[in-house]
Write a protein that binds this ligand. Sequence first.
Ligand code: ZN
Length: 161
Amino acid sequence: MTTRSRQWTMFGFLALGALVFITPPAQAADAGGKVCKLAISANDMMRFDQTSMSVAKDCATVEVTLTHTGKFPIQTMGHNWTLVKTADLAAVATDSLTAGLQNDWVKPGDPRVIAHTKVIGGGQTASVSFPLSKLKAGESYSFLCTFPGHSALMKGTFTIG
Ligand code: ZN
């Protein structure tokens, strides 16, 4: 190898290094955006602490954290946070009756379920994240707990505004 070719090889490495350095990671373009965090709690009285939730429309990702502030176990007073179209709420609640705790009381693969946390018992916390792009402007959305019998009391509206 001549001195000249060594120099060119060195230049090549430097150029490559600079290129790698200035090229952002491939995921950076779509991994950005505003993450909006919401918190809600549920108790041993079969209640959420909120009957309405809302997120700003410029949120890219919504992260909902559910805290069970009670003491009762998951088998008798389990709760989840499930997001559906308001029009689907009753049917989703009915189908959840036979889904079982192993499926977090959500019918597996149910396309009507936009997002849901796992079912938790007293003292536990669970979170779920979803892109706000899953929701359409002008549609009415609701959240509920799909533990059998709970949605009569455990539900509320979810709005973008
Ligand atoms: Zn519940």
